[in-house]
Design a protein around this ligand. Sequence first.
Ligand SMILES: NC(=O)c1ccc[n+]([C@@H]2O[C@H](COP(=O)([O-])OP(=O)(O)OC[C@H]3O[C@@H](n4cnc5c(N)ncnc54)[C@H](OP(=O)(O)O)[C@@H]3O)[C@@H](O)[C@H]2O)c1
Length: 511
Amino acid sequence: MADTQVLQNVLRDEQRLPRVPEPGVMVIFGASGDLTARKLVPALYDLAAQRRLPLEFAVVGVSRTEMSHEEFREKLHKSLEEHRSGKVSDDVWESFSKGIFYLAGDSKEPKAYDELKEFLRKLDSERGTQGNRAFYLSTSPSLVPAIVQRLGEAGMNNGEEGGWSRLVVEKPFGRDLESAQELNEEIRRYFDESQIYRIDHYLGKETVQNILALRFANGIFEPIWNQHYVDHVQITVAEDIGVGTRGAFYEEAGALRDIVQNHVMQILCLTAMEPPVAFDADSLREEKVKVLKAVRRIPEDDVEHYAVRGQYERGWVWGEEVEGYREGKDVASDSVTETFVALKVFVDNWRWAGVPFYIRAGKRMPKKATEIAIQFRPTPHTPFAHGDTQGLDPNVLVVRVQPEEGISLKIGAKVPGQGFEVSSVNMDLLYGTAFLEEAPDAYQRLLLDLMLGDPTLFIRADEAEGAWDILAPVMQAWSEKKEVSMYPAGEWGPEDADDLLEYDGREWRRP
Ligand SMILES: NC(=O)c1ccc[n+]([C@@H]2O[C@H](COP(=O)([O-])OP(=O)(O)OC[C@H]3O[C@@H](n4cnc5c(N)ncnc54)[C@H](OP(=O)(O)O)[C@@H]3O)[C@@H](O)[C@H]2O)c1
C-alpha cells in the first residue's frame, strides 16, 4: 500500500477513535443541589465508565452546606443509585470517586474563591489537572453575576499556567431581553464569548441533533423543505406532569420562559435553518441566528391572534384525578402564570414565506411528547372517487424527540380489497430498534463537548437574546393583561389554542 494511503487510513482511524479531553477540573457551583445529583454527576460517571474522561480529571463541588469530601461522595453515590438505570459498578465508582472533592463556602464571598484557587492548584500538582478549569454554574440564576465577578476578581477567568478556563451557564439565561443583555455584558467583563457555554440540554439530545442529520444527510427532504411543499409546521413540547413541589420556581417562570424561550426556539431554529457550510460552532450558530432574525415580530396590540396563555385546573391524567395549578404549594390562588403556551409564528424569508409554525408547550397534557411535525400540502388532485379518500390525510413527517424517539412519515396507501379505497398509514422508524447502541443522556454529550472545548451545541449570546426578542411582545402584553384561559388537566390546552388553528382552517395533531 502506498505511504499516503497508509497515512490516510491512520488519520481516518484516529478520527473514529473516541475523543478524550485534556486533563482538567470541573468545578460545580451548586453542588448540593438537584441538578448536580440527578444529571451532572450521573453523566460524568457514565463518561468515566466509558473511559471518555482522562485519568487526570477531577470534580470539585462548591455550595454552602457543610460536608466532608467523603460525605459528598456518599451523597452522590446514593443519588447515582437512585437516578441512574443500571447498576453502579464498584470498580468504576472507586476510581471515579477518588477524583471527587467538596468545598463548603458561600459563592458570594471572596474568601471562598481564595480557598478554591488554592485547592485547584493543589489538584494540578497532585492529580495533574494542568491548570484547566470548567466552572459549571448550577445555582439559581440570581447568583450567576456574583460568581462570575468573583471568579474574574480571583483571576480564575484564565486557566492556571497556560491552561484554559470555561464557564457553563444553565438556563434560564435571564428572564427577558434586557436582563439577558445585561447578563451577557456582565459575563463578558470577565470571560470572552469563546469561553462561555450557555447550556440548553435539548441540544444534547440525540433526536434533536437528528433533525440536522435528517435534513442535511438526506437528499430527498431538502428539495421539499420549503414553502412550495410545506403547508405548516407544528412543534409540540407536552408534559403529563404538573408543577409538583416547584410552585415557587414556576410562579416566576411559566411555560414561555421555562420551555419556549430555550428548547422550543432551538427546535424551531434547527427545523427552519439553512444548511450550514460546516458542522462547527460558528457555521451552525450563524444559521440559527438568521432564523431568529427572520421570525416576524408579533404586534404588541394583536398578541391574542398569535399567542394563547393557558393554565391547567383540576382534571384527570392517566386515570388519576390531579389538582389544578392554583391549588399547588407556593402558588397564588389567583395566579395567571401560564402552564401552557400556544403560538403562531412566521419565518419571513425566502424558504418559509407564508408557512405558519404553530408551537405549543404545556404541562398536564394527556401524555409526554416532544415532536416536530412537518405537514405537507395536499396533492393538487386525487383521481380516486371522493368516497374512497375519506381516510386520506396530507403527508406528515414527524420527528419524535421523546419518548419513542424516531421518525414517521404519513403516506396514503391502498386499503386491501376489491375497490380502490385509499387511507393514511405511517411508515415508522424507531431509533431504538434501528441502532443497537443506546443513546447517551444529553448531559453526557454536552459535558464531554465542554471538556473538549467544542461549543457547537451550546447557545451563543445573540441566540439567547434573539429568542427573548421574539417573545418580548407576548410577555409585555401578558404582563398587562392578567388573564389566562383554563384547561382541565389531561387535555391538550384551552379551547383558544384550537381556535388559533381553526381560524386558519387547520387543527392540532394528537401525538
Ligand atoms: N434541576 C433541574 O432539573 C434543572 C434543569 C434545567 C436547569 N436547571 C437550572 O440549574 C440550576 C440549578 O438548579 P437546581 O435544581 O440544582 O437548584 P437547587 O437544587 O436549588 O440547587 C441550588 C444550589 O445552589 C447552592 N447555593 C445557593 N446559594 C448559594 C450560595 N450563596 N453559595 C454557594 N452555593 C449556593 C445550594 O446549596 P447550599 O444551600 O448548600 O448552598 C444548592 O446546591 C438552576 O439555574 C436551574 O434553573 C435545573
